[in-house]
Design a protein. Structure first.
Length: 206
């Protein structure tokens, strides 16, 4: 498998371990780990070189906050830029998404309002650059299609890909979002492993 598939596989193992309760000599707790993933032959043509490359990525994972998996050769995001911007007004859903993304080494930012996301991403010198937008929050009078129209008008969609996360499967909204260059649409409650595969593909293609 490739480097990114390896990160996904190890991250799934981390998530499974993280959910386990352990007990020893009357002390209960949970454990986690950090990891680095290297790929042959890009990161080394022998075991020693691959080990060193993976070890460097491991230390990057620890420096980034631990409890995550990083591939080799992933450059840190520039200041004011993230891999994934999560726009979600449900705090529980947002925390789940952020933790899952960060486990896989993605840099993230969370906003609760769609309008704030449009403002942050727009303008000649935007406050924030995001490779991918997970657009989940909504409020009366500002549906997801309207938000996409504003992003398109501000030329944001040329540099930021969008996956819609909505509480409805209304055909009109789905078609409207896709016509405005959203690359995908998932209705809540969504399957996290499926979403992570879509995120990985979106970022790899972006």
């Amino acid at each position: 498998m490739g480097r990114e598939d390896g990160v996904q596989r190890v991250a799934e193992t981390l998530e499974a371990l993280r959910s386990e309760d352990f007990s020893a000599e009357g002390i209960e707790g949970r454990v986690t780990f950090s990891a680095g993933v290297a790929q042959f032959p890009e990161d080394g043509e022998d075991l020693r070189a691959l080990y060193r490359a993976a070890d460097d990525a491991l230390y990057d994972a620890k420096a980034a906050g631990r409890d995550r998996v990083l591939p080799t050769a992933r450059e840190p995001s520039p200041e004011g830029a993230v891999d994934v911007l999560v726009v979600e007004d449900d705090e529980v859903v947002a925390e789940l998404l952020l933790h899952t993304l960060e486990t896989r080494g993605y840099s993230t930012r969370w906003l609760t309002e769609q309008g704030a996301a449009v403002d942050a991403l727009s303008g000649g010198e935007p406050q924030l650059h995001a490779r991918l937008l997970l657009l989940g929050a909504r409020r009366p009078g500002l549906d997801s299609v309207s938000v996409l129209r504003r992003l398109a008008a501000n030329e944001v969609l040329g540099r930021t890909r969008v996956i819609m996360l909505t509480a409805t499967q209304a055909e009109r909204e789905v078609l409207g979002a896709l016509e405005l260059d959203a690359i995908d649409h998932l209705a809540k409650p969504f399957n996290i492993p499926v979403l992570m595969q879509k995120v990985r593909r979106a970022l790899a293609a972006g």
